[in-house]
Design a protein around this ligand. Structure first.
Ligand code: KIV
Ligand code: ZN
Length: 556
């Protein structure tokens, strides 16, 4: 049993904001993105990235289109310092990308941080100190005024050292760490004090980053805190309001999105939400949430698998299979009704797309077109014991061009499901094809076709065939108005029970000289039972006779 909640935990006090505007606003543009993968993400790894992994990650972030990248905490570790020097000295930072470095309000750390940046074209120095009651009490043992003084001193130390970075374009970011657990009035007071010392202007604003360091409340409360700050901050126009959420309550994405509605202009986070504890905000999810509403996020996420590979290689983390947009299962459907709806939706989409009708994406169960993320339709549907006939048919058609007639889908669907059930796992497309082949194409008992020839006589056909009936060779002759009819006649007159052909389809499998054809035949037996059969051969006549035998073999 959980201990009684009310005696141990307290509800979060609401923010007094009777005229809140954010609930009725709509997002129409992306924020300024800042990746903190190389700092916040990196510091949370069991084995932090080495310099070459950091370089690979940095290049991937640049390729994605991030223009602001927090590259490390140079005063905290030699690797970080060396990495930043490498970026600058090897001129690996594109002209339109600004690197960002984190530092606490301590003079020695600030000095080292400034040293790490010598020669940089453009950088953001990110100063932070914690401000919440718990941190003031437990970590610092300082009063509110002493915490404000700490932030102001840190700002002055940075300002004093700017001459060491002459020729570089240096901006300041200030974070009252644990902002969401801090009284909004105090966050405002300390931010205003930092701004006063730094002297930002509308043209050269400060970045005021208001972190949800640990999620302590619902996302609407965070949005209220952001809107409150925007409404109360002196010289608000001289600040870019940035948000930085973590995911302790599982609502990091929601908190960021509502904060954007509340006026946040800049968003910090990491790829796939890597970061301390339950992680930072997953930037990819927020970006693609915008994209699926028709807002270009300004990030290139069109090769999701490649990005995932870089991330997994550099961090040693894995992307969970149900991670929004990126997980292995995102474009799969296990339930038959979902598969059926997806199949129909994709067919409609393909028709519309080829007609260039300008129709918007509206495929059931698929929030976004997998192709937009470089993912393949092949991944869309996989087959397990819950898959419906539609999913099975879709996979055979997409992967191998096998277009099962509707009625045959109804016959093969349950057969495939039972086979998958026996295996106790989902199957690949190749395995599914194997099941189809064993069930229909490779059926050779009791009857097997050895030879087949036809003579055309006027409007009729006479066939001679050699078949093995339970291993014994039999030569049979039949007549009819076509090869299939002649063969049916030969069979029912000699070795087989009475039956007739109820349905017949055929199509090519592949193209070119070596292409084969597949024939599907449904037979009806004298007792009314029906069975499908399939035959494959480079010769369509031969394929159709094989299909008759397949159906007969399946009826015994
Ligand atoms: O989560 C946090 O508050 C941080 C700060 C340093 C911005 O990472
Ligand atoms: Zn953080």
């Amino acid at each position: 049993m959980l201990k009684p909640a009310a005696t141990k935990y307290r509800p979060f006090p609401p923010i007094d904001l009777p005229n809140r505007q954010w609930p009725t606003r709509v997002l129409t543009a992306p924020p300024i993105w800042c990746s903190v993968d190389l700092r916040d993400g990196n510091q949370a790894l069991a084995v932090p990235m080495n310099v070459s992994q950091k370089l690979e990650m940095f290049d991937a972030l640049v390729r994605c289109g991030f223009k602001e990248i927090e590259v490390g905490f140079p005063a905290a570790s030699n690797t970080e310092f060396k990495f930043i020097r490498r970026l600058i000295e090897d001129k690996r930072i594109p002209d339109d990308v600004t690197i960002q470095v984190l530092v606490q309000a301590r003079e020695d750390l600030i000095h080292k941080t400034v040293e790490s940046l010598v020669g940089v074209k453009r950088a953001i120095i990110h100063l932070y100190n914690s401000t919440s009651p718990a941190q003031r009490r437990v970590v610092f043992g300082l009063s509110k005024q002493e915490i404000v003084a700490m932030a102001v001193r840190g700002t002055c130390w940075i300002k004093d050292r700017l001459p060491l970075l002459a020729g570089s374009d240096i901006r300041l970011e200030y974070s009252p760490e644990s902002f969401s657990a801090t009284e909004v009035e105090f966050s405002c007071e300390i931010s205003a004090a930092v701004m006063e010392v730094w002297g930002p202007t509308v043209e050269r604003p400060i970045i005021l980053n208001l972190p949800d360091t640990v999620e302590v409340a619902m996302p609407n409360v965070y949005a209220d805190q952001i809107e409150w700050m925007i409404g109360h901050l002196p010289n608000r126009d001289c600040a870019i309001i940035s948000v930085h959420t973590h995911n302790d309550r599982g609502t990091g994405v929601a908190a960021t999105e509502l904060a954007m509605l509340a006026g946040a202009q800049r968003v910090e986070g990491t790829l796939f939400g890597n970061g301390e504890r339950t992680g930072n905000l997953d930037l990819i999810t927020v970006a693609l949430n915008l994209y699926m509403h028709g807002i270009d996020p300004g990030l290139d996420l069109s090769d999701m698998n490649a990005l995932k590979d870089v991330y997994q290689r550099c961090t040693g983390m894995t992307v969970p299979p149900r991670q929004p947009y990126a997980g292995e299962f995102v474009f799969t459907a296990f339930s038959g009704s979902h598969q059926d709806a997806i199949k129909k939706g994709l067919a409609e989409w393909e028709k519309n797309a080829s007609a260039e009708s300008g129709a918007a994406w509206d495929v059931p169960y698929l929030a976004i077109d997998p192709a937009d993320l470089g993912r393949q339709y092949r991944e869309v549907i996989r087959v397990n014991s819950q898959s419906g006939k539609g999913g099975v048919a879709y996979l055979l058609e997409q992967e191998f061009g096998i277009e099962l007639p509707k009625e045959m889908q109804r016959e093969f669907g349950p057969i495939a499901n039972d086979a998958v059930d026996d295996l106790g796992r989902e199957v690949t497309a190749e395995e599914l094809r194997g099941m189809f082949w064993r069930e229909y194409v490779e059926r050779t008992t009791p009857w097997k076709l050895e030879e087949f020839q036809i003579d055309r006589k006027g409007h009729g056909v006479r066939c001679t065939a050699r078949i093995l009936a339970d291993g014994v060779a039999r030569d049979i002759i039949g007549e009819g108005n076509g090869p299939i009819a002649a063969f049916v006649h030969a069979m029912v007159e000699t070795v087989a029970p009475r039956f007739e052909v109820a349905d017949y389809r055929e199509h090519a499998l592949g193209s070119g000289e070596g292409a084969s054809a597949i024939a599907y035949i449904q037979i009806r037996l004298a007792d009314g039972r029906t069975r499908w059969g399939a035959g494959v051969d480079t010769n369509i006549e031969w394929a159709s006779i094989l299909a008759v035998i397949s159906a007969l073999n399946r009826s015994t």
